[in-house]
Write a protein of this length. Structure first.
Lengths: 288, 288
């Protein structure tokens, strides 16, 4: 995606609410592909005086900000403690009080493991007006670019999204993995790569099959996207063998098998897709 | 949002991939607010020869389609059997074979209870090229407009999205509600209004507290959005008393309490937000 040069500001052209001076918009940037920005997010970037962004926001998205906007990094890397959360909130307050139009840009969705709620409450306390602009979360959008549906009628009527680390960087200890593993046919784990062995053990202990399919989706929706298909039994070894990089989604469940039929991105490069990846059709079709 | 009149097609302006003749794009329309369309979705609508849409897609979004595009309703209403799924797929194939640029527009995200996978596999079988354009799912974006975060650090490290009915219109019988209720601190149920009494019973049987907060979010992100806050004990009666309309999200969990602090939409109309809705701060602050 290229930088916009529009004759009229995009929010005016689209009749969207303007980002006013002294306001903070908590904006989801989506999983990476700039095409997955919402139009509200794009319009916000085009109006911003200041953009405060996370580590997970793609460079190609920052380039869409208004020329002249200040771009500040407030990155937190997965797994590390984040003593600076309060500092980030204070910076947002400071910028808003200086009369800036502030975009707080977060990877994915601000309210899906994005700590948007914490920052918003700090704004409330400081009486700074704000708006939340939801984004496509990587647990759905990132999976879709890997050819894996979060849900599929013949497979699952529920899907659980889990964060693989808490604010201290550990596997959250308030999770009942046994119940999660038993109750949720598909688990999508964000930022879980570091704790993959412990997550695998917990899920196996919940009674999930060792040959259950697993996918690791790294750098989802970006040009660096890579997908490793494996099983619960082999996931730790395969993650190492393929040098899977963070950020990565871990997908556990039968929906992973659908990738043989739904990997539309690879199909654009010639991969032949399988119309019946689950083997549900009563008899194989004859092909002339 | 108004109809675009751009000097240059938006996909060219943004350097997005074009929607080619004979292709079908399975596009998520998001929860309702046209501002939550992705730029890829907007660009697709602006290029489409044919738009085949669902009941859950807002009229204001259809108005963004290219003037001259044919707009076809392929609606399925929640709770009813959908004998026409095969017909919808055949129609997409027919349009693509006629050389049209086809947008299959679905509410929310095509792969989150959207049956996008089924339609895509029918396209694979017919050898029609396709792309998936993820959208903001209502379980995150719709909640955000109600001031409820799907996750919040102090509350939950996991969230489960469930569909309240299967393809036959019943509560899915392959769900282990007991394990879901025990394992997942926050449950977000799509299209569950019709089966609210059974869902309530199942969740209570899983050991959830009767006074656990519940929100019903109806017509999320649209001008008709309404939110009812209640408890598990009272949800069935309150849904009736407030005449809550479908489509509605059912949110069960402590994140609902955050609405007192995060209802940014109501704050725009003067609602005073509470900076500490969970009562986590060690001591109440003195206010001058």
């Amino acid at each position: 995606m290229t930088i916009l040069r529009l004759p009229t500001p995009i929010h005016e052209m689209l009749g969207l609410p303007p980002l006013e001076k002294g306001w903070v918009w908590l904006v989801g940037a989506g999983p990476g592909d700039p095409g997955l920005l919402t139009v509200l997010a794009l319009a916000a970037l085009q109006q911003a005086d200041a953009v405060v962004y996370d580590a997970l926001v793609d460079e190609s998205i920052l380039r869409l900000a208004r020329p002249g906007a200040t771009i500040e990094y407030a990155g937190k890397r997965g797994g590390k403690p984040s003593p600076r959360q309060r500092d980030i909130s204070l910076r947002l307050i400071e910028l808003a009080r200086a009369g800036k139009r502030v975009v707080r840009l977060k990877g994915g969705d601000p309210f899906m493991f994005g700590r948007g709620g914490e920052e918003a409450l700090a704004l409330v306390e400081a009486r700074i007006p704000f708006r939340v602009v939801p984004g496509v979360t990587s647990g759905t959008g990132g999976l879709a670019y890997a050819g894996i549906p979060a849900t599929h009628r013949d497979v699952n009527h529920a899907v659980t999204f889990v964060t693989g680390h808490n604010s201290g960087g550990d596997v959250p200890d308030d999770l009942d993995w046994e119940a999660l593993g038993r109750g949720s046919p598909v688990l999508v784990i964000y930022m879980g790569l570091k704790h993959l062995p412990r997550i695998r053990s917990a899920v196996l202990a919940a009674g999930r099959r060792a040959d259950e399919p697993v996918a690791l989706v790294s750098h989802a929706t970006t040009p660096r996207q890579r997908v490793v298909e494996t099983t619960l039994a082999a996931v730790v070894e395969d993650a190492a063998a393929h040098a899977v990089e963070a950020p990565a989604l871990i997908v556990i469940g039968e929906v992973v098998r659908l990738r043989a039929g739904l990997d539309w991105l690879a199909a654009m490069s010639g991969k032949v897709l399988e119309p019946d990846p689950l083997g549900l059709q009563p008899a194989p079709r004859q092909r002339a």
